[in-house]
Ligand binder design. Structure first.
Ligand code: HEC
Length: 118
């Protein structure tokens, strides 16, 4: 039941544990190949919970202080994983907060921008 699941998500988000989402459901694990719409949607949700406060809603920001993610090169997934996991300068590390599956969804979402501004 989709409505119920959303309600639970909202409750988790407002309980202050928004960043620490662990998902052990195998159906939610990343699949090989091009990102599915489901992964992109999950990535978008995750992004707006944990990244948008610095990177802007829908990845829209001026790029002056936080990196403009719309321009992130789509052929560098390793760099994305590394930067999100370990942080970079003022960008915090998410290694304790996000599991690799969540970073995978984020990548699915960020890579839809195709390194282009829209
Ligand atoms: C506290 C603010 C903040 C938050 C929260 C944040 N970022 Fe960043 N991010 C930054 C800043 C600042 C930079 C620029 C770092 C630099 O290059 O000096 C950056 C850079 C990046 C880069 C580019 C790194 C590179 O390799 O050049 C990626 C990718 C990125 N962020 C992804 C994310 C994702 C995904 C999230 C959410 C999980 C996130 N960020 C959350 C501030 C933030």
């Amino acid at each position: 039941m989709r409505g119920g699941a959303l309600l639970i998500l909202c409750m988790v988000a407002s309980s202050g544990g928004a960043i620490a989402q662990t998902n052990t459901d195998p159906a939610m694990m990343p699949a090989p190949g091009p990102p599915t719409q489901t992964l992109v949607d999950k990535g978008r949700e995750q992004f707006h919970r944990t990244c948008a406060q610095c990177h802007g809603r829908n990845m829209v920001n001026s790029g002056t202080t936080s990196y403009d993610l719309r321009k992130f090169p789509t052929d560098q997934p390793d760099r994305f994983f590394n930067s999100v996991t370990n942080g970079k300068n003022s960008m915090p590390s998410f290694s304790g907060a996000l599991d690799p599956g969540a970073i995978q969804w984020l990548w699915a979402y960020v890579s839809t921008r195709g390194g282009k501004e829209m």
